[in-house]
Design a protein around this ligand. Structure first.
Ligand SMILES: *[C@@H]1O[C@H](CO)[C@@H](O)[C@H](O)[C@H]1NC(C)=O
Ligand SMILES: *[C@@H]1O[C@H](CO)[C@@H](O)[C@H](O)[C@H]1NC(C)=O
Ligand SMILES: *[C@@H]1O[C@H](CO)[C@@H](O)[C@H](O)[C@H]1NC(C)=O
Length: 210
């Protein structure tokens, strides 16, 4: 009777504790493994400098934009207003000048907060722009700038920037040569604590041929 019930309870609690510990260990492991740095060296004479694409690992860095509203005090609205402001966001997304290859009905995204904000960010052009991201650029010992970057939208809908050098022949390899960048990334984001384990604010860099 009651001792069997107690045994079942004890097993259940023990199971929960084990599950919790395993989960925690897994999260800690993932957390501890996040800083990944890649070293790249070149010895070959016919080396062609790759195209460098840089994507943020989180998003929504410009939060506020001016909107024409009837109430004079609300000239600026921000992404974080969205949850309080579904009607307005819905109306904005339905208006004709928002340019995005995403579904028209924003409510489709509301089960997925990150995606819905991303949709809004695209339509509102609220991503950090190259001139905000690229603070310093030097390529082949020559200055370059945000103007040497093109923007592109990756599969996840993030805004990435790509550096495509006009001349791919590098004079000097080694630290400080090749492509040297100082980037700025506003790290404020809209992720839950758990999501932040997977999406550490920062950049991902991909090198590719064209
Ligand atoms: C949306 O963007 C594409 C590509 O930049 C452009 O060709 C198209 O005219 C834009 N549409 C609107 C409605 O602005
Ligand atoms: C960067 O852009 C400027 C202006 O368009 C151009 O003159 C220069 O060659 C570009 N630099 C690289 C490395 O592509
Ligand atoms: C590219 O840069 C290299 C090294 O500065 C130079 O020797 C070469 O002539 C350049 N090529 C073109 C097409 O400008």
């Amino acid at each position: 009777g009651s001792s069997l019930r107690r045994l079942i309870w004890a097993l259940a609690i023990m199971g929960a504790c084990i599950g919790f510990s395993l989960h925690l260990a897994e999260l800690a492991q993932r957390y501890l493994s996040y800083p990944v740095s890649t070293e790249f060296s070149n010895e070959g004479a016919d080396f062609q400098f790759p195209t460098v694409t840089i994507c943020p690992t989180d998003n929504f860095v410009d939060f506020c934009q001016p909107v024409p509203l009837f109430i004079p005090m609300n000239y600026f609205r921000c992404l974080q207003d969205m949850v309080l402001d579904n009607n307005r966001v819905y109306k904005l997304l339905g208006s004709e000048n928002w340019n995005a290859s995403l579904r028209v009905f924003p409510y489709n995204y509301y089960h997925h907060g990150r995606l819905s904000l991303r949709a809004v960010a695209y339509r509102g052009n609220l991503f950090q722009q190259p001139y905000e991201t690229v603070l310093y650029c030097r390529y082949n010992s020559q200055p370059c700038s945000f103007e040497n970057f093109t923007t592109y939208k990756d599969e996840e809908g993030l805004m990435c920037i790509s550096f495509t050098p006009t001349n791919r022949t590098i004079v000097n390899a080694g630290p400080g040569n090749g492509l040297y960048l100082v980037l700025h990334h506003v790290t404020e984001n809209y992720l839950t604590d758990e999501e932040q384990i997977d999406y550490v604010p920062g950049f991902q860099v991909a090198l590719h041929e064209s």
